[in-house]
Design a protein around this ligand. Structure first.
Ligand code: IMP
Ligand code: MG
Length: 180
């Protein structure tokens, strides 16, 4: 059953599962067999991260960071990133995992933070790429699907905290956020 607020499904549960499996194969091929430190960007990436690590077939440690944009009038769109608990990435091969790449600003900030924290290597996996919206050029190593410039929900993606648990990725009806 499709949620009534979803205009159309972009990627079904099966399509996502297959693509995640392929990404895991690509990732496994480039990482050292002693393992990966997977870092997810909260909150949206937790679904993708949890499916991905179960397909990786490599020793995996998991950590999380948050990336929050704030506007105080003087620094529009500046980003605060912080680790959740301890993030011991120094000297480790890190795989940064994000749900969707939009302007690129959150990933840019998180990548900078992980480099500062002394990651030995840093690679980035994103499930969805809204390429048309990019404002900063961030390096991405593994990319699931390119998506149109529409508001998407499901498979971890939310609108106002809702819809993260939908098993597919869909386009949210405009009437939901335009209040019609
Ligand atoms: P960026 O910093 O502009 O690249 O923003 C990326 C973040 O914006 C993602 O981690 C999501 O949290 C959020 N985001 C961007 N596009 C969407 C969307 O279509 N649906 C839900 N969240 C989105
Ligand atoms: Mg996010």
């Amino acid at each position: 059953m499709v949620n009534a607020d979803v205009e159309r499904i972009l990627f079904t549960e099966e399509q996502i599962r297959e693509r995640v499996r392929e990404l895991a194969r690509e990732i496994r091929a480039v990482f050292d067999p002693d393992g990966v430190y997977a870092v997810g960007v909260l909150t949206g990436a937790f679904v993708f991260l949890s499916d991905l690590i179960r397909q990786l077939d490599l020793p995996v440690e998991v950590g999380f960071v948050t990336a929050t944009s704030y506007r105080d009038g003087t620094r529009p769109g500046a980003l605060l990133t912080s680790a959740v608990g301890e993030l011991r990435v120094a000297g480790r091969d890190v795989l940064l995992v994000e749900d969707i790449l939009d302007t690129g600003r959150s990933l840019e900030a998180v990548q900078a933070r992980l480099r500062e924290a002394g990651a030995r290597s840093l690679r980035t996996a994103v499930l969805l790429d809204k390429a048309e919206r990019r404002e900063v050029d961030v390096p991405v190593d593994f990319r699931g699907f390119e998506v149109p410039n529409e508001f998407l929900v499901g498979y971890g993606l939310d609108y106002a905290g809702r819809y993260r648990g939908l098993p597919y990725v869909g386009v949210l009806r405009r009437s939901v956020y335009e209040g019609v």
